[in-house]
Design a protein around this ligand. Sequence first.
Ligand code: SAH
Length: 346
Amino acid sequence: MPVPDLSVPNRLARLIASNGPIPVSAFMAEANAHYYGSRDPLGAAGDFTTAPEISQMFGELVGLWLADLWMRAGQPEGMVYVELGPGRGTLAADALRAMRRAGLVPAVHFVETSPKLRAAQAERVPDAIWHGDVAPLPTDAPLLIVANEFFDALPVRQLVATKRGWHERLVAHTEAGFVPVPGPLIPAPLAPAETGTVVETSPASLGIVRALSQRLAAQGGAALIVDYGHVRSGTGETLQAVSGHAFADPWQEPGSRDLTAHVDFEALARAASGEGVQVSGPRAQGEWLNAMGIEQRAAALASAAPERADEIDAARARLVTPDQMGNLFKALALFAPRWPAPEGFA
Ligand code: SAH
């Protein structure tokens, strides 16, 4: 008997053959579960690099931001650090070091689905506790939550405008491979738009923000969400694939390329406010890092290691310069009703 081909493209093609075209969110979820589950995508040998992998300054400033909030909240006991999608654990290790210097030693809980990346995280943060989603996070302590480049990896639904109105976009499979096609008509009162206009929503992201906001409102604490995305909800397709540090076709080779979409910060902020949580930002990453003192941190690191001064300044510039990561990336803070307003957003 021939061995069935259980690769992601094959599984998706068989699913579509038997069920008909599937939502973009289902395609993206299946592709990314395999993608992140089967490799370490970060760094020069991988597909992309993230802020904490560019410089230790990023995680250190996140740690200082959390420690400052904790101090101004009256140094509550039994704090819990939560990171969503911690990658290699680099951000957590840098942030925890900065927090410890400020006297804050939280328990560490990671939300991570990839076995491969859990193993990498365990090397840097051995005493972490891992969860597959946010539901099992502790319910009895204030939470300090961090998510860098996490929400962009969560599945999006797409709606597309056609001559006949708005349709949910589905993914079909043809001889040419996977192709997006208009699915059922959307009866909702969306304003008419030029044919081909796409609207994206991420119900998975909103669900997680709502759940975390309910926890913050009940338990205290704060969350920092950093990602690429837009300040206002709007139209436009942002689903993208990255492979080997270059953009690629998101519809081809599902499971082998990183599929992401820009984060709709207005939608996340609205979801959080709806649960009674306070919101600061979003603010451009470059402005937030400058307000947090990245220049002073870079100068201190460079004076401790003069031979690395150029490298340290290049990393700082990459994180804050508007035409690099400084403007496309945004920081959004959520904080509990009786907690102080966080630094860096004024
Ligand atoms: N925060 C890290 C890694 C970003 S890559 C950094 O900045 O370097 C996205 C991370 O989210 C990976 O760790 C990936 O395995 C994880 N991830 C993706 N989808 C997930 C999901 N649905 N649930 C939990 N973790 C997920």
